[in-house]
Write a protein that binds this ligand. Structure first.
Ligand code: DQA
Length: 147
């Protein structure tokens, strides 16, 4: 099974962006962690990061024919994008939503997620370990479903 890992806006700045909130690991570290975790479960990953909403939507559409599940940290689009939500619903793949920080302990505008209502699983506040948890969980599910 193949897992698409999507990181949205500003996550390319991981490591230097508000380290008190997001830690010091970089996006490369996240991508490597996701790939290593998937491999341990007999799965593969494809990772993409974009600061552009439409690009993320295009990648979700393409996943229909290339991936078996999606791990997504949509960054601030989480709180604004009905279009990304609709794309996820449209392709019908299992979705795990990840947030590095505990969005519920932060500003009120981060408390609502358009993604959560269409995600199978939501992981918040675990730091970048959330990506390991997300990929491990999704990989286990996909391998089980493939058996
Ligand atoms: C985030 C939380 C969002 O509110 C924020 O806009 C981000 C990162 C997180 O991973 O904690 O860009 O998704």
């Amino acid at each position: 099974p193949s897992i698409l890992v999507i990181n949205g806006p500003n996550l390319n700045l991981l490591g230097t962006r508000e380290p008190a909130v997001y830690g010091t690991a970089t996006l490369d570290d996240v991508v490597r962690l996701a790939a290593d975790t998937a491999r341990e479960r007999g799965c593969s990953t494809t990772a993409m990061q974009s600061n552009h909403e439409g690009e993320i939507i295009d990648v979700i559409h393409a996943a229909r024919s290339t991936s078996d599940g999606i791990v997504i940290n949509a960054g601030a689009f989480t709180h604004t994008s009905i279009a990304i939500r609709d794309a996820l619903t449209g392709v019908g793949l299992p979705v795990v939503e990840v947030h590095i920080s505990n969005v519920h302990r932060r500003e009120g505008f981060r408390h609502h997620s358009y993604i959560s209502g269409v995600a199978d699983t939501v992981i918040v506040g675990a730091g970048i370990d959330g990506y390991r948890l997300a990929v491990d969980h999704l990989a286990r599910r996909l391998v089980m479903a493939a058996d």
